[in-house]
Design a protein around this ligand. Structure first.
Ligand code: UD1
Length: 423
């Protein structure tokens, strides 16, 4: 296993480009199997999760090449419709294949994903939505066994759950509905830019979808979809992470090739701390300040503040001039990074789904352990700002979702080395 050794206190300056969005690529690759022939997906980041999705698709029978950020996927010979536990346990997002497999084969056997470190991850909304389209679903031996007796049928589907909308449940139901007989209306659909990207890809495949980007999607089923070409949108979470890396080191960082409109709530909160922000059509530039104000943050479904930036924002606010309250409304237990940030000298107290972050004057380097993808990024940000050396172990979590993470940060002036963790 590798670890990062970070020499803190370096000020980050300069420009880096955003990569393609992980959370777009995964459901789009899954959707490409709903037809035969070769789809071409561009601006694909080389991430562990993308490699895992490729492995599952190859297991199903797809032929895939991945060169220079472009994936060509030929799904003509897909001949399996099962996703075993070995795959699903390494990447929960493999659930995005459930709807496409049902659309292609009228059946699927899918291992139940189970919980994860950020909390319980139910799939009741996926199941309820697909059942509304005429899918019979049983749970047997930890597997979802899905089958369609007399074809998928369009229906009214309400997809709101206890925590609001669901990104991948919307993806699954939308995909299945594209080839259902008649019209499907999805109410309380997720509005995340990655769902918009998936919908745009489906439209290129021949799907008929209106209301894209709104919580009410209308999908008129078509007989057949065709392969398509598509360029993935920029990764808003990666963009936000690098902007915070600039801000926490009091530097001047620009992220190019990004989409500022996808980061409204995040930029609003960051601006309220006093950090200066400039943005244009496809760039965002921040200028750090020596001491910043605290802000309260509530994570919500898009267009609210993204839960996937909560940990990184917590690292930043741990050095604010006062007390911030972070309320997690999507994954109420997603605070495992708080304890590790405290090891670096932060003062964070948990109270149910709220974290009280009392800003401290400085962080001090220490050994910390990464626990999930975004928590790992938060620890690296804190390490960049801390005095002395910070070692972050279990960084394999990071490579699930960040392309060339330390290379990009080192390019901006950070001092991060990757070493074998022998402890
Ligand atoms: C996606 C993202 C993930 C992000 C999350 C929330 C991908 C690959 N992953 O995950 O990075 O953190 O959205 O923005 O796109 N829920 C239910 N029942 C369900 C499904 C979800 O109650 O059937 C709940 C979840 O527990 C959570 C909330 O709904 O509280 C939102 O989860 P959801 O949007 O489904 O997350 P994912 O799509 O798995």
């Amino acid at each position: 296993m590798d670890k990062f050794v970070i020499e803190g206190g370096k000020i980050l300056n300069g420009s880096i480009p955003a990569s393609g969005a992980k959370n777009s690529v995964l459901p789009i690759l899954a959707a490409s199997i709903m037809t035969r022939g070769t789809s071409v997906i561009r601006n694909v980041p080389d991430l562990q999760d993308v490699r895992t999705m490729m492995r599952i698709l190859e297991y199903l029978g797809a032929k895939i090449t991945f060169k220079n950020g472009t994936i060509e996927i030929d799904s003509s010979d897909i001949n399996r419709c099962d996703a075993p536990y070995e795959f699903v346990k390494t990447m929960r997002a493999s659930i995005a294949l459930l709807g496409p497999l049902i659309a292609r084969f009228g059946k699927a056997q899918f291992s139940l994903p189970g919980g994860c470190v950020i909390g319980p991850r139910p799939i009741d909304l996926h199941i309820k939505g697909l059942q509304k389209l005429g899918v019979d679903i049983n749970i047997e031996d930890g597997y979802v066994i899905a089958s369609v007796k007399s074809g998928l049928k369009g229906n009214y589907v309400f997809l709101g759950g206890s925590f609001g909308s669901s990104v991948l449940a919307t993806a699954n139901v939308m995909c299945a509905a594209t080839v259902a007989k008649g019209t499907t209306v999805i109410e309380f659909a997720a509005c995340e830019p990655e769902i918009v990207d998936l919908a745009n890809f489906l439209v290129k495949m021949g799907a008929k979808i209106t209301g894209i980007g709104s919580p009410c999607l209308t999908i008129c089923g078509v007989k057949k979809l065709s392969p398509a070409e598509h360029k993935i949108i920029p990764d808003r979470i990666e963009t936000g992470t690098f902007l915070l890396a600039g801000a926490i080191t009091r530097g001047n960082v620009t992220v190019e090739k990004c989409q500022p409109l996808h980061l409204g709530a995040f930029l609003e909160r960051l601006g309220e701390t006093g950090v200066s922000i400039k943005s244009g059509r496809n760039f965002i530039a921040i200028s750090g300040i020596s001491r910043w104000k605290p802000v309260d943050v509530v994570t919500l479904a898009y267009p609210g503040f993204p839960t996937d930036l909560q940990a990184q924002m917590m690292a930043f606010l741990s050095l604010a001039d006062g007390v911030s309250v972070i309320t997690e409304k999507i994954f109420p237990e997603r605070f495992i990074h708080a304890g590790e940030l405290n090891r670096l000298g932060a003062s964070i107290q948990l109270d149910g789904s709220r974290a009280i972050v009392r800003g401290v004057k400085k962080l001090l380097g220490a050994r910390v352990m990464a626990s999930d993808l975004r928590a790992s990024a938060a620890l690296v940000l804190a390490g960049l700002a801390a005095e002395g050396i910070t070692e972050v172990s279990r960084i394999y979590h990071l490579f699930r979702g960040y392309h060339k993470f330390e290379e990009k940060l080192n390019y901006l002036g950070a001092k991060i080395t990757r070493q074998k963790d022998t402890t």
